[in-house]
Design a protein around this ligand. Structure first.
Ligand SMILES: [Zn+2]
Ligand SMILES: [Zn+2]
Length: 421
């Protein structure tokens, strides 16, 4: 009698990516990788755990992520957090490995899981995945436009259309201060309409009011009339114009969105968000922007940087691509009897050594069952080995499309099959 062992469940807000979907993921990653290569970005892999302080410091203590959503792990004296996003870790790695000293300008990309302890809902997971890039060591507005062009390239490659690129500039720290005062000034008469959190944010970090999810707060924010001209200094204004002009020249459409501030403190100057109409309430496919002070604030040199991330789960919801069957098995080895199986197992090994994707039965299926399996796998050839073949040291090769069979000697089998593939 079977005992009732406990069946474990996956943690809330997490998902297993089963093979059929995993092929799609690979296709998305492959296409993104091709685009990164084309634009001169190099791969970087950073750990999933970082010191908790890194995120507090870079994302900002008042952000939703740091206040409520980090998975914090205490181990002895140390406190770590599962990364809620990758930029902070990339900048940490850039500084720690002296990448700025090897090359004054570096372009990096990454794929991987991020973790946020949010209430799981449609379009929001606790482990979600980003494709992202960071270009570190330049203030050039061409770089902002390039990174947006790179995103467009990836989205085009994935057959994604119908998205909107929202664009804004927060300016330098002084301009941000000015914008902050404008916001405080405009919002000070609306305090009773704002949620308690936003009332606190008003003085501590007024930008966070702009990304509050509360309906009343959203209404108040939507009525604010904001314009970068009112707070950008001449230099930042010129920078933003250059970004826009470059995008115009590349025929990349964008919508100017003065309410866009992005939910993280490190952003300045250009910020952007890509939304898609088919995604519903959580409509962001990805986002990014400049962070010209973060490298310095984390102990590195004073140099500008810009980056973005796209959510793989969100891309999958709107991507037009369907994968070609990956890992297609070409040959299936069918055997009759134990001796034949031993021989077949060796043939299988030789086929694989010759780079021919092949497989055999591991469930002791009947001849009929094995042939059915070969059919299901849609292989090009089956190899049949029985007593007769063993005696003759040969095998029977069947072309599954034509049904034609031929006898081939065992010692020449791999090269003969190779010729026919
Ligand atoms: Zn400025
Ligand atoms: Zn609010």
């Amino acid at each position: 009698m079977a005992e009732n062992f406990k069946k474990f469940k996956i943690p809330s807000g997490m998902k297993d990516i089963l093979p059929a979907d995993a092929y799609l993921w690979q296709e998305i990653e492959d296409k993104a990788r091709a685009a990164f290569n084309l634009y001169g970005y190099k791969p970087l892999r950073t750990p999933l755990l970082e010191e908790e302080g890194l995120f507090n410091r870079s994302l900002g203590n008042e952000t939703e992520i740091v206040k409520k959503q980090m998975f914090v792990i205490r181990h002895g004296e140390d406190t770590y957090a599962l990364r809620p996003e990758a930029t902070a870790g990339v900048v940490r790695a850039y500084i720690e490995n002296n990448l700025d000293k090897t090359d004054s300008f570096v372009k990096l990309y990454y794929f991987g899981p991020m973790f946020r302890a949010e209430r799981p809902q449609k379009g929001r997971l606790r482990q979600f995945h980003h494709i992202g890039a960071e270009a570190l060591g330049s203030n050039s507005p061409y770089l902002d436009s390039e990174i947006i062009s790179l995103i467009k390239h990836i989205l085009d490659a994935l057959g994604i259309s119908g998205y909107e690129l929202k664009l804004n500039s927060l300016g330098c720290p002084e301009d941000k201060q000015k914008l902050s005062r404008i916001l405080q000034d405009r919002l000070k008469d609306e305090t009773e309409k704002l949620c308690p959190d936003c009332n606190e944010r008003l003085n501590r970090n007024v930008f966070r009011v702009l990304d509050c999810k509360n309906e009343n707060c959203k209404q108040v924010v939507s009525r604010l009339s904001l314009a970068p001209e009112n707070y950008l200094c001449p230099e930042c204004s010129e920078h933003f114009s250059a970004v826009k002009k470059n995008l115009d020249k590349l025929n990349i459409n964008y919508t100017l969105s003065p309410h866009l501030v992005r939910g993280l403190d490190y952003y300045n100057r250009t910020i952007f968000e890509i939304s898609h109409k088919d995604l519903g309430a959580q409509d962001a496919l990805g986002a990014g922007g400049r962070y010209d002070n973060l490298i310095f604030e984390l102990g590195g040199p004073k140099s500008g940087a810009v980056g973005f991330a796209l959510g793989i789960e969100r891309l999958l919801l709107v991507a037009g691509c369907r994968p070609a069957a990956a890992g297609q098995t070409k040959v299936f080895v069918v055997t009759l009897g134990e001796e034949a199986k031993k021989e077949g197992f060796q043939v299988l090994d030789k086929l694989r050594e010759a780079d021919i994707a092949s497989d055999m039965d591991y469930e002791n299926k009947s001849l009929k069952g094995q042939m059915r399996k070969a059919n299901d796998l849609k292989v090009k050839f089956t190899i049949l080995i029985g007593d007769e073949e063993l005696k003759k040291q040969s095998l029977l090769l069947k072309d599954m499309a034509s049904g034609a069979q031929e006898e081939i000697s065992l010692d020449r089998s791999v090269e003969e099959i190779k010729k026919r593939l």
